[in-house]
Design a protein around this ligand. Structure first.
Ligand code: ADP
Length: 471
């Protein structure tokens, strides 16, 4: 099986979200089960600087606007997975992130920048490919790659394409005026095409023209076929329900291993949990919480956005403290949410603590040191933290949505509540607080969670089955 995996971000080179984690892990996991999966990525400065050695492979012609374009070849850092880098200085050699400038504003020519990536992918998957290697499947990811299936269609190329949605909230919407810059035929601007409520949507293009669709959990695959989580695309997605699959993401089980985690001063496993209490002690000390081994300690790590439901948690904080619990929060995001979190901590010194910012080491220390982990997301395509929590014996308390519903089993590995409301969260918390007092029952929950297998190997196998069904 040969697959070209087209993406706009990949760890550790360039990351704004979960797509980068998937792009760094899935192609490698596919390689391990015999798939020749090669990655195509734009040549942002940080990619050109940090992927040594990159060799010139060929010039690339036929891209929209005919810019000078070269294809470079290297490997994903730390692996032998082939990486093709699309080097178009006019599009990618600029400061800032993959989508935004240093001021946090979207690059004005994003539609064109990602049309280049999509067209390059389509060319490499076509008989015109200069690679001397042709994928049997083109795997596209999120809106930056959404035009690739459209280009394949208008080039008359039959290579099957898969469009994967990592988060439907980001759709790559642009005014129709950019259409000529993308060199798509005018007839593509139609409801049966790339048009979306009078604008152009790159994601919709992918969802319309790709042969198969997937997303990152089975429950999210169902949820996006209805309002509100379909976010305007539910009609199209429901009409393609038979071609839409949900495949759970995996986690990096080397980086997230409580038995060998360099960010921790302790190590433990399902067989010997005794040292987990040292992690709790260390976390309480680091965060200025009262040193209390018996206080149920709740953790939360999230981008502080409406999606993640932090307001629900803030509504139940008094109850947690009243029942003798503690809470530690880590995250950054909307200023108003950050302020509310800081205010809550100030009201409960020694019981509720936060760090507003991004801190990789602390995120590991929370996963290890907390007794339970809160994830009241309003929606969650897959979610990683609940899987890290299960692996770390930190009992997840989650809203039944997306990947949370698919990975946490109520009363067996964690607590699952049905409504994204403070009341429903509180009822789940009360159950957790009650069970916490029964040490043997709590331990059973921890061990059940630690026995789950969320390795990339499972996901890779499911993608391979999907690819096979496409060719
Ligand atoms: P999303 O992709 O919607 O942000 P996920 O749960 O899928 O949510 O993944 C989030 C990832 O980012 C997790 O690995 C989480 O631990 C990490 N993360 C989020 N915020 C922070 C932070 N402030 N500091 C450290 N890690 C964070």
């Amino acid at each position: 099986m040969k697959v070209l995996f087209c993406t706009s971000e990949v760890v550790p080179l360039v990351k704004t979200g979960g797509l980068a984690d998937v792009s760094g892990a899935l192609p490698v996991a596919l390689g391990r089960i015999g798939v020749d999966c090669r990655v195509l990525l734009p040549g942002y400065p940080q990619v050109l600087e940090n992927t040594a050695p990159l060799e010139f492979h060929c010039d690339l012609t036929g891209l929209p606007g005919q810019p000078t374009a070269r294809l470079l070849r290297g490997a994903l850092p730390g692996s032998d997975t082939c990486l093709y880098v699309l080097d178009v200085p006019a599009a990618y050699d600029r400061p800032g992130g993959p989508y935004q400038d240093t001021q946090g504003e979207d690059h004005a020519d994003n539609a064109w920048r990602f049309a280049l990536l999509a067209k390059a992918a389509a060319l490499l998957a076509s008989p015109l490919s200069p690679l001397g290697w042709r994928p049997r499947v083109l795997h596209c990811n999120d809106w930056p790659t959404g035009l690739a299936p459209a280009y394949l269609h208008f080039m008359g190329v039959a290579t099957p394409s898969l469009m994967t949605v990592h988060n439907l909230a980001y759709q790559g919407i642009f005014p129709r005026e950019v259409l000529p810059d993308l060199e798509l035929p005018p007839e593509s601007f139609s409801i049966d095409g790339v048009e979306y409520y009078g604008n152009l949507s790159l994601l919709k293009a992918g969802l319309y023209y790709a042969g198969r669709l997937s997303t990152v959990s089975p429950t999210y695959a169902r949820e996006i076929q209805r309002s509100p989580l379909g976010m305007g695309l539910e009609g199209l997605l429901a009409s393609r329900a038979g071609e839409l699959t949900g495949i759970l993401n995996g986690i990096d089980s080397v980086e997230w291993d409580p038995a060998a985690d360099p960010h921790l001063s302790c190590a433990y496993s399902a067989r010997d949990l005794s040292d987990k209490r040292h992690c709790k002690q260390a976390l309480q000390a680091r965060m200025g919480l009262q040193a209390d081994p018996d206080a149920p300690l709740f953790g939360l790590i999230a981008r502080m956005t409406h999606q993640k439901g932090l307001d629900l948690v803030l509504d139940v904080v008094d109850g947690i403290v009243h029942r003798g619990g503690q809470l530690v929060l880590l995250g950054t995001g909307d200023a108003a949410i950050e302020r509310a979190v800081r205010d809550t901590c100030a009201r409960h010194p020694g019981r509720v603590a936060c760090l507003i910012g991004y801190d990789e080491a602390l995120s590991h220390q929370i996963e290890a040191g907390a007794d339970a982990f809160l994830m009241p997301s309003r929606f969650e395509p897959c979610g990683l933290n609940q899987m890290y929590s299960l692996r770390y014996g930190t009992v997840p308390i989650v809203h039944a949505t997306g990947g949370l519903a698919d990975t946490v089993e109520d009363g067996v590995t964690g607590f699952v509540f049905r409504e994204p409301s403070a009341h429903a969260l509180w009822l789940a918390l009360e159950q957790a607080l009650t069970l916490y007092a029964d040490r043997a029952a709590w331990r059973r929950l921890m061990k059940n969670g630690m026995q789950q297998d969320f390795s990339w190997q499972n996901s890779a196998q499911s993608y391979l089955t999907l690819y096979r069904g496409m060719v």
